[in-house]
Design a protein around this ligand. Structure first.
Ligand code: FES
Ligand code: FE2
Length: 340
């Protein structure tokens, strides 16, 4: 069978591989009014019913394409403001008030996005098929175990989401870009790295240095692509061990990315209270300062930077990650061609 073209692979990767969960937005973004967001090449409307249960559809009325987000939420359905067509949470046009019994009524006409909320964040499933049944979304222990305490941080940055993933899969930038920070000033300025495979991904780690600086990153594929890392805290960071970061990102479009990550620490009881207090009063500002260094750097990358790289050993992690994404894209495009 013919291989998908590089152009087709790049197009799919730019929009995000299908049949995956992606971060949509913080739960707090969706209150009593519908909102509209862009993710993975789609404009998406999100709303809640009276009980707070979420629904997400393509923000496109099946009649003539008016944005459903300008319509009225009616529990498990939303009514388009243009001519009153009602679409339910499964994407079925359940009522056409201007022409009852017409062909549109009863049609599964609108793409739906299964949604789940965890740890203060809305995740959406982007299927290859408009009504795909979602895969299981598995969360890392940092978000599910009561032993961890965490703060969600959501940002939208200029630039391709893959530069964000590359940035996290590149621990060595901690030693240089963040050398003046409170948590990444220590350790060797040179390193050798290795890749260690895990059950659901791989770890890219320094040889001979751990728990000194940003020394490793893990890629986890569990229905969504997670990136995980730990950085040691200085004594002034209060009780608890390493500082854990777990995050994921999604393409908004070719020029912007939605990023969610949680700042976590494994502690309980009074130690948890001390850390949460310290975080809010002192540490959070410092963390955002460090993050600003990343944001500034990535925002200034030219869109074709990836085509003009001269990589070395420290880039093995991001090369492996890119290869995994590319192989997934190829498999998906090939499956689509054979199904067609
Ligand atoms: S465009 Fe929505 S009802 Fe006509
Ligand atoms: Fe960074």
């Amino acid at each position: 069978m013919a291989q998908p073209t590089n152009e087709a692979i790049e197009k799919l990767l730019t929009k995000g591989i299908r049949d995956m969960w992606y971060v949509f937005c913080p739960s707090s973004f969706v209150k009593d009014k519908p909102i509209s967001i862009r993710r993975c090449g789609y404009k998406i409307v999100l709303w809640r019913d009276r009980s707070g249960k979420l629904a997400a559809l393509e923000d496109h009325c099946p009649h003539r394409g008016a944005p459903l987000s300008l319509g009225k939420p009616m529990g498990d359905r939303i009514q388009c403001d243009y001519h009153g067509v009602e679409v339910d949470r499964d994407g079925i046009a359940v009522r056409v008030p201007g022409s009852p019994g017409c062909k549109l009524e009863g049609m599964k006409a609108t793409r739906r996005f299964p949604v789940e909320e965890h740890a203060g964040v809305i995740f959406g499933y982007v299927g290859a098929d408009a009504h795909a049944v979602p895969a299981k979304l598995e969360l890392p222990e940092q978000l599910t175990s009561p032993e961890f305490s965490h703060f969600p941080c959501y940002v939208e940055w200029k630039g391709d989401y893959r530069y964000v993933m590359d940035n996290v899969m590149d621990p060595m930038h901690g030693t240089y870009l963040h050398k003046m920070s409170h948590s990444m000033a220590e350790g060797e300025v040179q390193a050798k790295f290795r890749i260690r495979d895990t059950q659901s991904g791989f770890v890219f780690e320094k040889e001979g240095q751990r728990d000194v600086n940003f020394d490793w990153t893990e890629f986890i594929d569990s229905g969504i692509h997670w990136l995980r890392l730990e950085i040691p805290y200085p004594k002034t960071g209060g009780p608890g061990g390493n500082f854990h970061i777990i995050g994921t990102c999604a393409p908004i479009d070719e020029t912007a990315s939605a990023i969610i990550f949680w700042r976590c620490r494994k502690l309980s009881g009074w130690q948890r209270d001390v850390w949460r207090f310290l975080y809010k009063n002192r540490l959070e500002t410092r963390h955002w300062e460090v993050l600003e260094q990343d944001r500034r750097m990535l925002a200034e990358f030219e869109p074709d930077a990836r085509d003009r790289e001269l990589l070395y050993d420290h880039d093995m992690g991001l090369m492996r990650l890119r290869r995994i994404l590319k192989q997934k894209a190829i498999a998906q495009l090939t499956a689509q061609t054979s199904a067609a």
